[in-house]
Design a protein around this ligand. Structure first.
Ligand SMILES: [Zn+2]
Length: 283
């Protein structure tokens, strides 16, 4: 065999896909890198940028970066993509069993990595801010699967009201699945068409708290929950404000469970394999 016919060296694996869940315990952490909207983090344009003062980002870090920095060091690559199963606002905590994500590590130079040790390192570095659970090897098909799944959610909201909710109205509403119509909220109107959508919500409980009402509610996939609470001047009809007969404002919000599409508790996922059977197939 001449040297020109020699089999080329095995190419480095192009991508590795890992899946896990994250719990976000702070109200200052976006899911993905929060680039400055003015300079977009561009290395040259950000230098004179008044909005971010040259930092290129509006927050110090994100779930993506806190996970990606540790995994990037272990897999010896600086490039990764982060895919969440939906997302919550920066100031919304993600509690309960967490939210699924897939991280895609691009052109890793190290593949022999102890994922349990990486998970422990992420959690050690970010105690009180972020927790990662169940990190395991997965495959590319999981990216679209987690992004396209429709999930109802359970939220706990601290709601400030203009007075005590009407007791009879509250009794009527509790536990009922109520259809609401929502127009695109003002806060996202710059990037979404103004459409009316129909969604459902269920008020699970509503109890007086120190500085408002402690409200547990479940909403259909794609519900604007802060607006479902306030009504946003009629843009959501009916809203919790209208249903309870008092002005309601959501002052703090947590996701407490990610449910299935119908709003039921999802069945426990099977324990992930320590090594994906197809590991190495995603070239
Ligand atoms: Zn900037």
């Amino acid at each position: 065999m001449s040297s020109s016919e020699r089999r080329p060296a095995t190419p480095p694996q192009a991508k590795v896909f890992l899946e896990g869940r994250y719990r976000k315990l702070s109200r200052d952490l976006p899911q993905t890198v929060f680039f400055c909207p003015d300079c977009k983090g561009h290395p040259r344009r950000r230098r004179g940028c008044a909005r971010c003062e040259g930092f290129g980002k509006l927050t110090r870090d994100s779930v993506q970066e806190l996970v990606g920095w540790v995994l990037g060091a272990a897999f010896k690559t600086r490039k990764h993509k982060f895919h969440g199963a939906g997302r919550e606002d920066v100031n919304v905590r993600m509690l309960g069993a967490g939210r699924s994500f897939v991280i895609e590590l691009i052109a890793p130079r190290q593949l022999d990595v102890d994922l349990a040790a990486c998970e422990a390192e992420i959690n050690r570095r970010n105690a009180g801010r972020l927790e990662v659970l169940g990190l395991h090897w997965t495959e590319k098909a999981r990216v679209s699967a987690i992004k396209e799944a429709r999930r109802a959610k359970e939220y706990r909201a601290l709601v400030r009201t203009s007075g005590a909710p009407d007791a009879e109205a509250l009794a009527r509403v509790l536990g009922q699945r109520i259809t609401i119509r929502q127009r695109t909220p003002g806060r996202v109107a710059h990037r979404r068409a103004d459409l009316e959508r129909e969604r459902w919500l269920e008020l699970v409980s509503c109890a007086p708290a120190e500085d408002g009402w402690d409200v547990l509610l479940r909403t259909q996939h794609g519900t604007y929950v802060k607006e479902a609470i306030s009504g946003e001047d009629g843009a959501t009809e009916p809203s919790l404000s209208g249903l309870l007969g008092v002005a309601c404002e959501c002052v703090a919000l947590d996701v407490t469970a990610i449910l299935d599409e119908e709003g039921r508790e999802p069945e426990a996922a099977p324990a992930p394999a320590p090594r994906a059977p197809g590991f190495g197939a995603d070239l």
